[in-house]
Ligand binder design. Sequence first.
Ligand SMILES: *[C@@H]1O[C@H](CO)[C@@H](O)[C@H](O)[C@H]1NC(C)=O
Ligand SMILES: *[C@@H]1O[C@H](CO)[C@@H](O)[C@H](O)[C@H]1NC(C)=O
Ligand SMILES: *[C@@H]1O[C@H](CO)[C@@H](O)[C@H](O)[C@H]1NC(C)=O
Ligand SMILES: *[C@@H]1O[C@H](CO)[C@@H](O)[C@H](O)[C@H]1NC(C)=O
Ligand SMILES: *[C@@H]1O[C@H](CO)[C@@H](O)[C@H](O)[C@H]1NC(C)=O
Ligand SMILES: *[C@@H]1O[C@H](CO)[C@@H](O)[C@H](O)[C@H]1NC(C)=O
Ligand SMILES: *[C@@H]1O[C@H](CO)[C@@H](O)[C@H](O)[C@H]1NC(C)=O
Length: 587
Amino acid sequence: MKNLAVALVASLFANVATAVPAHKGAAPFLIPIDNQRWVIGNDVWNMTQGRQYGVKLHYKDRDCVGDAWGHYVSYNGAANDLAWTSASVVEKGEHKGVPFIDIMFTADEGDMHWVIFEGQHGAYQYFVNHNLPTLGEFRTLWRLDNTTFPNGRTAEKDGALPPLSDYIAANKVQDETWLAPDGKSYITKYDWTGWLRKQDYYGVYGNEVGSWYINPGKDDYNGNHAKQELMVHRESSSGDAVQLNMIHGTHFTASSSDVFPDGKMWGPWLWYLNDGSKPDAAARAKKEVATWPYPWLNNKAYHARGKVTGRLVLSDGRPAAGAAVFLGDNNPTKTPLDMGSTYYYTSYADAHGNFEFTNVRANTTYGLQAWSNGPPIADVYTTFLQNNVHIVTKEGHKSTTTHLGTLHWPISNRTRRLFQLGDLDHYSHGFLHGGAPHQHGLVSACPANLVYRIGRSQPSTDWCFGQTHRGNWTIEFFEEEEEKEKDQKKPTLIVSLAGYSSGASTTIWANGQHQIGNMTSGGGAPELQNDPSLYRSATAAGEWRLLEFPFQDVGVLQRGSLNTVTFELTQNTTWRGFMWDSIILEW
Ligand SMILES: *[C@@H]1O[C@H](CO)[C@@H](O)[C@H](O)[C@H]1NC(C)=O
Ligand SMILES: *[C@@H]1O[C@H](CO)[C@@H](O)[C@H](O)[C@H]1NC(C)=O
Ligand SMILES: *[C@@H]1O[C@H](CO)[C@@H](O)[C@H](O)[C@H]1NC(C)=O
Ligand SMILES: *[C@@H]1O[C@H](CO)[C@@H](O)[C@H](O)[C@H]1NC(C)=O
Ligand SMILES: *[C@@H]1O[C@H](CO)[C@@H](O)[C@H](O)[C@H]1NC(C)=O
Ligand SMILES: *[C@@H]1O[C@H](CO)[C@@H](O)[C@H](O)[C@H]1NC(C)=O
Ligand SMILES: *[C@@H]1O[C@H](CO)[C@@H](O)[C@H](O)[C@H]1NC(C)=O
């Protein structure tokens, strides 16, 4: 491979002198300028790659980077930008009659590849790990000229990036968040957060140029269905238009510390350039999805993929209709959202509990998990787990199916449910403001005190998605059980949180005077880890947790009268607190 690369570069560009010659002809190219600079591209676009930054992005008669930082790869914020030490063409191929080259830039941590086809507007990119440290955040990104790219578009949000002039230093209220000049709303990059696995295409654009990411695979991302990340924003220190590719993001997780095996590959995804047209980018995204996994990639492990099928049945006989299903770490030690070493697959069961995953990387053993995604099994709070799901492909068979058959999912055996407030689906959906578009500080709009009467109040108006103010949120319910032995039973309170940002502590009471438990980050039982969701514009989810509080005493509930469970928030911090999923009381 090395020899081929050297020969190719030498034969194509034998006369490279100090000044870069204009490249003649349509073929994609890598032209070394010196041992720290290279020009890559084709006759449609080209870019000068330096030791860290890719600049001078020539496209449609303009420099799309200009004074901005350009293209780079970094981990743990901007502190660790990868430094490229060499570049070579490692593959020269042809797909459907169109020639391409695969250019590899090497760094100590791994290799960044640009696959450039003849006449292509943009390039496919992928990164192969060799020596990344245990991480944390890892990303590739473009910081582009802000006059060419005034707007941002994700699957959730589309519009002008707020102008830098609106970021007034004195108005900074927290990390990357400012009170807007109107004195009422906020400006924050977190409002540009999107659900990673639901993105079709996203990027920055103007009237003449659009720069987009299309990632049809998504199995290289960390996390599960609920993975959300920053997609685009205005860089607050420079004004650059930023197009992010958070391939291992941490902005909304409680903990994210993954070890990457040598060879772990992110991508290829498509970095797509066009004239700024969203319909064109949307059409291109459909085409990419239809052609993934990419047949032109010369990588045996990438193409070894299989299919997995099965049927999930709850222990009470119901099919696990609509359940969220997930293929992740075998014998997991992390939550699905916090996993991120290798490859992860998300799907949903159908109405009969049948599920399938396609194009699953083979020669790997996974842990299969499933949880309720709402009705008709919104009562289920247990999570299904089956380890040792081994995916094989037979040599020469493109896709071999692993049939898991019928899988039995144990659910709660407690016989009577006194109440359930909210569907159990791991999101705040269904409550007031639950799942609203990403917006800073929305939880402040929830009341300090409220009373919710089971059977009379409505979740969508009378219970809010998050609790941040000091005060009491009380659930009232009638207990009418006639059984004698009831006095001997101790109920259990189940609290399913869609997220929690530390700095808020709650005491849970039954009938105002029996302390049932605590929810806090400060030494309570159980101790809750912070996730940044609530103060970073999330309204639907952060890190999901399930807490069980068995009553310590019998006879707490009063038969034939109104009983209460109260969440007394005793310690508060602005924009932090609890995001609700569901609250259940059962015998
Ligand atoms: C890069 O593009 C610019 C603008 O089209 C052109 O002038 C320049 O010659 C190109 N560079 C190479 C190496 O082709
Ligand atoms: C674009 O960036 C420049 C700095 O390079 C800054 O002065 C300007 O305000 C930015 N434009 C917008 C619309 O934010
Ligand atoms: C999968 O593993 C088997 C056995 O270790 C090996 O023979 C085969 O080459 C592997 N296939 C791929 C695509 O890595
Ligand atoms: C409920 O009982 C069944 C039968 O004993 C058992 O298989 C299942 O694990 C139990 N469910 C839970 C959540 O403990
Ligand atoms: C909240 O409820 C607790 C427990 O019943 C009670 O002690 C406290 O006084 C209540 N606080 C307010 C402000 O009503
Ligand atoms: C709740 O916390 C208080 C004080 O921090 C403690 O005394 C009490 O035992 C805790 N209650 C439970 C049920 O954990
Ligand atoms: C804490 O809650 C109280 C009562 O709801 C409220 O007045 C106060 O502003 C809150 N403090 C913070 C820091 O949010």
